[in-house]
Design a protein around this ligand. Structure first.
Ligand code: SF4
Length: 472
């Protein structure tokens, strides 16, 4: 999976002043952690032992911090017009109302039971639209792509919301000044970004998904109780970067193999230099595997494969049980349920779909840098079902009957003659959690056109609006 690269080291190239970060210091007698304010040079790496909860409380106290949508109807209408919300009258909405199935000539389409926009993503996009409406005359910035979807990000840019991206040399926030509006994306922002923007006097709109915040809470607990966080995620993914910034001591493992390596080290020790070289970009500053792995807590990037996170949890639990015995387990291993339902539901629905003998092949729609979409493609490939992952309908050429699609391991491949007009076919379709329904509708329109050159589109039919996250 390819992710947007973000350099923590140079994340704040534009802010040169000294800032205050709330940190925790152990009190000698009790070894408890208490919040203190420490002055650190901006540009330094995140201070260790950050009190994340105190930091978030301090954001609330500024009077310049918003973290809930307002359900503004004008913003909702604009989202509908732009096709960046849930479909209300298109093909996806009609399928949703009709058993997730559609027949168009010789083509049958089965839509996965859980697909597309998760509520955290829809909420984040809505909050960005609402911020634009609430501050029509101000400069608006997002500290990264709001979600991993090219069409949504294009729309935001058209509304003069600037996305600050890492061009390989860190992010430059120097143009953001007092009175501007800064939006934090669905997968959050680092401790340093939050504290620096708090001190900069900007208006903050925090769209961080509550599920991501839940992981931060678990990492906070690890810090308070002096456990090292073992984070199942990708060290360069923005969400994991943000989560790690809330941790005191951490190691990030991307898969079962790396988790096994850590477990072996806990049980049998090993070569410290080799460990640190292997996880050079995936451990906290000053990490010592010989002294910091005796108490561990599990945290996760919310879009990782659920089964894999669970397996890593079991591996760590078994390791600590073997090393310290069942009576001592709770003193050495901490597990809190933080796997996002949305990711889990989309993955479970896809497992059902790949087991459906009627489905001839699959189309996965979602951003090429979307972690959860890559996992959907991975499941299909693993089960041996042909699967074409596209990020938009633009990857399909109707005239040539070709598709430019991505494989789970990252390769972009063009397949010529991928559809066989005239032959009855059943296509399964799903989409990643950051994919608006319209992207799926546009892909299917092109597919139908290849099968039937006379196809002119699906007539809209009002199917009603899906409940917003707050209405669930
Ligand atoms: S996938 Fe889950 S954690 Fe991520 S934004 Fe959606 S609801 Fe939130």
């Amino acid at each position: 999976m390819q992710t947007t690269k973000t350099s923590r080291k140079a994340a704040f190239t534009g802010i040169k002043s000294r800032v205050h970060v709330v940190v925790l210091r152990p009190v000698q007698a009790s070894r408890a952690l208490v919040p203190v304010v420490q002055s650190v040079a901006a540009g330094a790496t995140e201070a260790a032992k950050v009190d994340g909860r105190a930091l978030r409380r301090s954001l609330n106290q500024t009077g310049r911090y918003v973290r809930q949508p307002t359900n503004d109807p004008v913003s909702q209408q604009l989202m509908d017009e732009h096709g960046v919300g849930y479909s209300t009258n298109g093909l996806v909405a009609q399928m949703r109302n009709d058993g997730n199935i559609w027949k168009q000539g010789t083509v049958t389409v089965k839509l996965a039971k859980a697909y597309g926009y998760c509520w955290g993503v829809e909420r984040a996009v809505r909050m960005a639209y609402e911020a634009r409406q609430a501050h029509p005359d101000k400069k608006l910035f997002v500290t990264n792509e709001i979600i991993h979807n090219p069409e949504v990000n294009k729309r935001l840019k058209e509304m003069n919301i600037e996305i600050i991206e890492d061009e390989g040399d860190g992010k430059d926030y120097s143009q953001i000044g007092n009175g501007d509006v800064v939006i934090f994306p669905a997968f959050g922002a680092t401790v340093k970004e939050l504290s620096d923007f708090r001190d900069k006097g900007v208006q903050m709109v925090d769209t961080t998904c509550p599920w991501v915040a839940k992981v931060w809470n678990s990492v906070d607990t690890h810090t308070r109780k002096q456990y090292t966080s073992v984070i199942h995620g990708k060290y360069s993914h923005e969400e994991t970067i943000a989560t790690a910034s809330f941790a005191s001591n951490y190691v990030i493992v991307k898969d079962l193999k790396e988790a096994q390596y850590v477990c072996d080290y806990i049980l049998h020790g090993g070569n410290k230099e080799e460990f640190l070289a292997k996880f050079s970009k995936a451990v906290s500053k000053g990490f010592d595997p010989d002294t910091m792995l005796d108490r561990v807590g599990l945290a996760n990037q919310t879009t990782m494969l659920k089964g894999e996170t669970e397996q890593i949890g079991k591996m760590l639990e078994a390791t600590m049980m073997q090393k310290y015995g069942p009576a001592e387990l709770n003193n050495h291993f901490l597990l809190m349920e933080t796997i996002c339902d949305a990711t889990q539901e989309r993955q479970d629905a896809l497992y059902d779909m790949v087991a459906d003998p009627e489905v001839d092949f699959l189309i996965v729609v979602g951003g090429f840098n979307s972690s959860n979409t890559s996992h959907l493609q991975e499941i299909a490939e693993h089960k041996g079902l042909p699967s074409f992952w596209v990020d938009s309908a633009a990857r399909i050429d109707v005239e040539k009957n070709t598709v430019l699609h991505k494989l789970a391991h990252g390769e972009l491949r063009e397949t010529v003659g991928w559809l066989t007009p005239g032959k009855p076919v059943t296509i399964g379709i799903t989409s990643g959690a950051s994919t608006p329904d319209r992207a799926v509708e546009e892909v299917l329109a092109k597919v139908f056109k290849i099968y039937d050159p006379n196809f002119t589109g699906i007539a809209p039919k009002d199917c009603g609006r899906l409940a917003t996250p707050e209405e669930h």
